[in-house]
Design a protein around this ligand. Structure first.
Ligand code: AVI
Length: 334
């Protein structure tokens, strides 16, 4: 393994010896190629992760504070309320969070579990170091490892004392699986199963279908933050791939597609226009959509079926009082 161990903030003093960050140097994605592929499709669609440059991440945090977008607050409250029961069902072991980001959801579990250890996997080295340091200050007794990696491409979890001889307890909150197509979601669930290994468990947060008005408002809030989040994609393409998008020539649309049980978010061209990006010219007809993201909602039954098709079996489920979303605890099916 060509990873590099370092204590984050080395030289800054005050770091606990139970915190380490391992940088596996994930290969940078070929954005140009992905844009060419995405804009050649019909309808045009780009990978959702393009939305998350620095400004996009800031806007997403702001979306989570909008009254219409209750997912984050509901899941956080559910985790806090049910942490003792979840900890009891999980038993002892190492929590492995996939795409930990700022790791703001794991706190209640670390508080409730007996002798927890925590491993955060994320593709952004900066995010990871900051999140791990903040958590270590909050939980000085918990051994923490940050791993900078692309977990979707990883062959195995790194060899490390926190990951050997302990049960692996996967954690994937935030309904992030909903941003994948069902096929890609199945592939990812299989990858989690492979990485976590036999006898592991996976705790995963999934948003559920609800009234169309509520869903569409959650993804098109009155303050316009969701729209700004989508439009920032064009700003990013202009900056990173020498694009010529004029964001004001697109309007934002979020609509529920019942057939796919997903919200589709798109920027819709206000007029016929020609745009240059990734060294090519692209035509947009008036009313033509560029899909920026989809967000699938799974009923408990639909999610359990998806999980089963990826080799996971449902063990327990916790839900908020309105039954808007679920935390599913899965165990390996064989
Ligand atoms: C990250 N993910 C679960 C969000 C969602 O609800 O699908 C992304 C998002 N995009 C716009 N609003 C929220």
């Amino acid at each position: 393994m060509d990873g590099q161990w370092r204590a984050p903030g080395a030289g800054g003093g005050g770091m606990s010896s139970s915190l380490a960050v391992l940088d596996l140097h994930p290969a940078p994605a070929n954005m140009r190629q992905l844009v060419i592929e995405g804009l050649s499709r019909s309808p045009k669609q780009l990978p959702a992760w393009f939305l998350y440059d620095q400004e996009g991440s800031r806007l997403f945090d702001l979306i989570c504070e909008q009254p219409e977008y209750s997912l984050t607050n509901t899941e956080t409250a559910l985790l806090e309320r049910e942490a003792p029961a979840i900890a009891n069902a999980l038993g002892e072991g190492t929590l492995v969070e996939f795409g930990a980001g700022s790791a703001r959801k794991v706190g209640p579990l670390l508080r409730a579990m007996a002798n927890p250890a925590y491993v955060a996997l994320d593709i952004s080295a900066d995010h990871l170091a900051n999140a791990c340091q903040r958590l270590q200050q909050q939980f000085p007794q918990v051994p923490i490892l940050g791993v900078c990696c692309d977990y979707s491409q990883m062959e195995r979890l790194p060899q490390h004392p926190l990951l050997s001889g302990t049960a692996h307890l996967g954690f994937f909150p935030g309904s992030s699986l909903g941003n994948f197509t069902p096929e890609a979601a199945r592939t990812l669930l299989k990858q989690f199963r492979h990485l976590l290994g036999p006898s592991s468990q996976l705790l995963i947060g999934m948003d559920q279908p609800k009234e169309v008005e509520r869903l569409e408002a959650a993804y098109d809030d009155a303050a316009g933050v969701s729209a700004a989040f989508a439009r920032n994609l064009l700003v990013r393409l202009n900056r990173d791939l020498d694009g010529s998008f004029m964001p004001e020539r697109f309007h934002y649309r979020a609509r529920w597609c019942a057939d796919n049980s997903h919200i589709e978010m798109a920027l819709v061209s206000r007029c016929p226009q020609q745009v240059q990006v990734a060294d090519r010219h692209w035509h947009f007809a008036e009313g033509e959509a560029l899909i920026t993201e989809t967000s699938a909602k799974y009923s408990p039954k639909a999610f359990e079926e998806l999980a089963r098709s990826a080799g996971w079996q449902s063990k327990q489920r916790w839900s908020d009082p309105a039954d808007d979303l679920s935390l599913h605890l899965l165990v390996q099916a064989d």
